[in-house]
Design a protein around this ligand. Structure first.
Ligand SMILES: [Zn+2]
Length: 264
């Protein structure tokens, strides 16, 4: 029987290491679960640099370079230049994560919406200029997100850790956005998300862990790592009435096309 090959389309390996799981161990466990490629993401300059180092150290790791809404101000000119130069790396496969997060959490998510929109638009322009796909983070900001996207130069974009219902999924489809599901898809309370998972077209579907966050059921509450993308893929397959092998083949082909990863 052919092996089931998966791509973890979005995670944070540097943060996973800080929480106690060494990257080489995480990747080895991933391999045993069929996870052959992993895209680790930067939230800002420092962890985009770390993501680059991880990609240089591990053949199966690729990275994106981002400026997350958690940064309370746009990058300075010097910072923007460094982001641009990181994006010139041979394993830099996208701009992200970037986006809008309107769920206020004191000490974490305190950036005013207008500043967030400005930073998001700035990073979309950078992606368009460099012809890179973008990885979008969004929370409770559907309408503004679509509005900023509609005004920005056209880019290929994925909604990472998709959160929304079937209607938002259809809205995403209309705009040609790709959609990536994470472990929260498997939570009991995730009926809206599960409805969305049934309507996203096969051609734009991906799976991710967002590790070390959001471990899928039955691992909920544990440290999340790339091997667990298999559990999310299994849930997604059941929701869509497909077998895991088919779902894995589709999502792996999609992730490779979206990020232009080599086949293995
Ligand atoms: Zn993330």
């Amino acid at each position: 029987m052919a092996e089931t090959v998966l791509v973890d389309a979005h995670c944070h390996l540097d943060e996973l290491a800080r929480r106690g799981l060494a990257v080489s161990d995480a990747l080895a466990q991933g391999h045993l679960a069929g996870v052959h490629q992993v895209v680790t993401s930067g939230d800002g300059l420092e962890d985009s640099r770390q993501a680059k180092e991880l990609a240089e150290a591990h053949p199966e790791v690729y990275f994106t370079v981002g400026w997350h809404p958690v940064n309370r101000r746009p990058p300075t000119g010097v910072e923007l230049e460094e982001l641009r130069s990181l994006l010139g790396h041979r394993k830099a496969v996208g701009v992200g994560e970037i986006g809008l997060d309107y769920k206020f959490r004191a000490g974490y998510m305190e950036t005013p919406p207008a500043v967030q929109r400005e930073m998001f638009a700035m990073m979309l322009r950078l992606a368009a200029e460099l012809n890179k796909p973008v990885v979008i983070h969004q929370r409770e900001a559907h309408a503004d997100l679509l509005e900023v996207l509609d005004r920005a130069p056209a880019v290929t974009a994925m909604l990472h850790c998709f959160s929304g219902d079937g209607q938002f999924a259809r809205e995403a489809e209309r705009r040609g956005l790709w959609v990536s599901f994470a472990g929260n898809l498997t939570f009991k309370s995730a009926q809206d998300l599960q409805e969305a998972a049934r309507v996203v077209p096969a051609g734009s579907l991906m799976v991710e862990t967002d590790a070390p966050f959001l471990a899928p059921s039955p691992h909920r509450g544990q440290l999340c790592h790339p091997a667990l993308v298999r559990a999310t893929a299994s849930w997604l397959a059941v929701l869509r009435g497909e077998c895991l092998e088919t779902l894995a083949r589709i999502t792996t082909e999609n992730a490779r096309e979206f990020f232009q990863l080599p086949g293995s």
